[in-house]
Design a binder for this molecule. Sequence first.
Ligand SMILES: Cc1cc2nc3c(=O)[nH]c(=O)nc-3n(C[C@H](O)[C@H](O)[C@H](O)COP(=O)(O)OP(=O)(O)OC[C@H]3O[C@@H](n4cnc5c(N)ncnc54)[C@H](O)[C@@H]3O)c2cc1C
Ligand code: FES
Ligand code: FES
Length: 1299
Amino acid sequence: MSLVFAINGQRFELELSSVDPSTTLLEFLRYQTPFKSVKLSCGEGGCGACVVLLSKYDPILKNVEGFTVSSCLTLLCSVNHCSITTSEGLGNSRDGFHSIHNRFSGFHASQCGFCTPGMSVSLFSALLDSTSSSSEFTVVEAEKAVSGNLCRCTGYRPIIDACKSFASDVDIEDLGFNSFCKKTSLPRFDSEKRVCTFPEFLKDDEIKSTDSGTLKWCSPGSVEELQIILGACKANSDVVSVKLVAGNTSTGYYKDEKERNYDRYVDLTRIAEMREIRESHNGVEIGAVATISKVIAALKEIHMFGKLAAHMEKIAARFIRNFASIGGNLVMAQRKHFPSDMATILLAAGASVNIMSLSRGLEKVTLEQFLQGPPLDVYDLVLSIEIPFWHHEASSGDLVFETYRAAPRPLGSALAYLNAAFLAEVNLDTKEIVNCRLAFGAYGTKHAIRCKEVEEFLSGKLLTDNVLYEAITLLGKIVKPQEGTSNPAYRSSLAQGFLFNFFHSLEKPGHHLDQPMLSSSQHVPIDKEFYPVGDPATKSGASLQASGEAVYVDDIPAPTNCLYGAFIYSTKPSAKIKGIRFKDNSVPDGVVAVISCEDVPKSGKNVGFKFASFSEPLFADELTLHVGQCIALVVADTQRHADTAANLAVVDYETEDMEPPILSVEEAVNKSSLFEIYPFLYPQQVGDTLKGMSEADHRILSSQIRLGSQYFFYMETQTALAVPDEDNSIVVYSSCQIPQYVHSTVATCLGIPENKVRIITRRVGGGFGGKAVKAMPVAAACAVAANKLQRPVRTYVNRKTDMIMTGGRHPMKITYSVGFKSTGKITALELEILIDAGATLGLSMLMPSNIIGALKKYNWGALSFDIKLCKTNLVSKAIMRAPGDVQGTYIAEAIIENVASSLPLEADTIRNINLHTYESLALFYKDAAGEPHEYTLSSMWDKLAVSSNFEERVSIVRVFNEFNIWRKRGISRVPIIYPVSMFATPGRVSVLSDGTIVVEVGGIELGQGLWTKVKQMTSYALGLLKCGATEELLDKIRVVQSDTLSMVQGNFTGGSTTSEGSCAAVRLCCETLVKRLKPLMEKSDGPISWNKLISQAYAQSVNLSASDLYTPEEKPTKYLNYGVAVSEVEVDLLTGHTTVLQTDILYDSGKSLNPAVDLGQIEGAFVQGLGFFMLEEYITDSEGLLVTHSTWTYKIPTVDTIPRQFNVEMLNSGRHEMRVLSSKASGEPPLLLAGSVHCATREAIKEARKQLRMWKGEDGPRLMFQLPVPASMPVVKELCGLDIVESYLEWKSLVNSSL
Ligand SMILES: Cc1cc2nc3c(=O)[nH]c(=O)nc-3n(C[C@H](O)[C@H](O)[C@H](O)COP(=O)(O)OP(=O)(O)OC[C@H]3O[C@@H](n4cnc5c(N)ncnc54)[C@H](O)[C@@H]3O)c2cc1C
Ligand code: FES
Ligand code: FES
């Protein structure tokens, strides 16, 4: 019996008996086929990097149906007779790229490219859907097309524009900045125009049910067959374990299920009657294996159930709903207490469940009975779900149905904090509630419940404020999350808010506001002075990234005999390691070795990080220093075996006689556990704060702020491949930002000379600082294992391990005192900053100057500080994009807000009055301040006020807040100053005999567009020879991978200036080449073509390879970047959800080297900052172990969380001789501008609190409050008042009674 399917048109036939049924489609694609466009990023259905198109042929309807699935959860055996299309199957470099690829490239929608193949397939599928349903693909559809796909680089705006460019109702002129010169000539989507369509051979074969009785995988074709199989399994239940499989998506949540190996997998999806959706005059009966997408489509056709369908569209992402079944969802909810939406909404809908039990036969139970019953037996089958038509139940009143969910992402792809659904029969004239069904779920309850006490209380009552108040109070006592649930009070208050909203809107029908559509504008100056530098050229290799052919480290074909590693990390912050073993004391499948510090060669050192004179251990030796510390690397024959083995590893610890670990900065200070900060890295104080304080009219003393961490969430996790080479040398392919130091780390670790180590890095799937220091131990561990075993060793760290081991931003505690005049002018600021650096120093020494660098954006009068780098037993922190700077800007804004509140004046007034003049700037920034004309911030501050209509909108917001009770808006304008430094960067330019050019640079392409800028610079600098068109030169240039033996002194990629430095280095090389070629040019009579010139140069042995090292000593090494942002938000007071309505950014990018690339950096950085300020909760347990370590709990921004109106203007601040072709940095500074969203949210909360105080009758001075980071929904709601609904109703009844 075989498994037949096609991948990109290619037939695959596998003996079923040879396939491990737990193999996922992704594992097969990545490890057993050449198709590598399918990327692994989370492995749990939460990111979309692995999305493929699955097509099936319906022999009865004779049509092909295609839909997306996440290949990391789909089992290979489930794709029998299916055709799979990956992004390279849509189009590729050999057969021609698909128009989707070209648009991703043309709209600058691919940066690191790791998400782009998945995005492309998701878009393709959405387009296919509309073609097959003959409906138009509209901009609304376009926005939803990629709503579950994560991208950490672009900020989504260009991706959405690429999607919208296919919409029938789009005004192409409204789309964002792109590189299609003739916008109107974009061709329409043609579903047939792709490389692979559905293969004919899959249409011929009849799909038969498979059960030989011996195979592990069986696909019964009928319930009868299924019963026989289950009966046989049950009879042998002591030896045969069995698993029913529908979509298998539950393994994204229950990960241990992924690792379990069952004796029998019973596929339910071939049973036609379990897939059917039938409508009768009583209601709808839905087969349990009907996918959620099919259920949505069916329910949309029935008017009464439209809201059920709309709610279901918020379950997971489309690529999950397409394969996930309704029955699977309910079984998860019933058996494992999964926080299901389906269970809650169907409970309110009065659904019942048909169950087939081997022992009890067929049974029909209400959903409530089903949920309350004992966990379903493995042999029990959910056959179907019935939803009754409600009008049969109604007696006299009108039926009203509504569903609710509060989740960090409005469009789904996030579990709800609480969900609810209410069905009520109400007499809308008399406002009598005849009866109602109130269901709540996902709030930390075993399963969705009906609140019968409240239902009974409300039934027969007239809807009044008092009745509502009592109902809500009663509800608050019932909806109580179980112990251990996060944010319990918040969840209870959500239930009250939703119930209030439901009944209140019956009383006073309001209109429900949908999430506003996305729109944007970009004003990008194009400067042709140094053409093609300054041209918005598309990103080098963007189409290749979209088709998925771009090669990342894990895409490099595995060398023969390759082994795979997975880390065993410490779960104790400070303990003695007594030993490592595996559970049950048996070595798991495939394990070859466990590599630890004992395996570091005698001549080497146990070093996992080496930078200048600093080093850190690779493996924990006898003691652990922190949770998440690397203890060992399990090496096995496959990555899956290695990961499973690492999970099964047990480390025996001893904590007796150990000092208690240091788990806070306060403890570190008490125990004097501090890292030394070298004086040259310690920032300079400004002025005399004692004097400043004495001049102040007001003082705020010892106010405290705390800031947490943020995880990088690069889409490609840490990875390396080490290959032993001849003569005791080694080659390591590493996804890293500083190959030079990976190189010296590996050499030191192995105890071999540096000339025997070679580190190769072609491209990195997102770094954001996380692949600087933290990539080194991954490379070093692979190298140690490869050296010991003398076999290639590869490690692709899984998401959870990556999140736990890599750490993130530096948390810190800030205590400040500030003095200010009554006008708002600040006269002095004193700070104490305690930075949690973690257990090792890493690059934390950069933090003090970075924090202060960004904080000095205001003229504080005088500034003094005491900064301590605390050494704790927590994971070592890394320098994440804008490290320290983002905290510095936050601290500054928190102080401004505090000053404003205590005067009271508007925060914008305080900002305005304390903005630097050039004189104060020069005082605060000294050598970095530049010339007076370079200080553009104060004019940008005014300019943005005009272009964003700031003053008028402030008034509109005020009026809005006056007339809206449950939604409040805030608007804020925030400036930033961001110092950057240039550093030494090498480059080499070589011309080959056919005139093509190869360029090497020290910088690494991380998605930031470095290669594109370097190509443009090479073309410009060689173009100065003036032979032939520069465009032709541009096409001849290839930037190649970084190779540490070819290009030494590569330095590091980070700090926002690597592109400039690399361009400067390349320019020096080109100048040398031009000098060498000029004499030949001059000798020729008349114009000479480039190719001819190069032929002559070859003939005359002119050296056509030039390398150089750009050293910034010749120029100022530091300069300041400026930007301003205005953000407007709306807070929903019932849920605490914040919608960013509009953001306007003005950013000084100098003469941009490539405005398209810089625009992408500005938008992408801003959205990453938005994640830090608003969404990403980095939560650890009491020992420091990260708890939010998956896509289920760690929520980076998605399409639906970015500013609905996103306007960016880049300012060309003109010529500057001392900078690289007058350019400025764009990689990190704009991240700080996201602080404007946080400040605007605070403004909105202020309004909410003002209203609440009025309801509560509180007068007296306003209480100062701090808005923590991130300002997540629970945080915002808590500040707006968890008791807001009760307070409102109490106030109303008081008002009513006084009338
Ligand atoms: C990233 C992601 C996000 C999600 N977000 C949400 C969300 O916000 N809200 C929400 O409600 N859900 C959410 N889900 C859950 C999703 O809806 C379920 O995973 C899905 O419905 C399960 O269906 P399945 O067909 O894949 O089940 P499977 O994984 O195949 O099965 C689940 C379990 O049920 C058993 N089973 C399956 N079918 C039957 C049957 N007919 N009879 C008896 N036993 C059966 C299986 O043996 C297994 O134990 C999310 C899932 C993912 C992956
Ligand atoms: S890797 Fe499959 S969804 Fe993330
Ligand atoms: S381009 Fe989307 S993750 Fe990098």
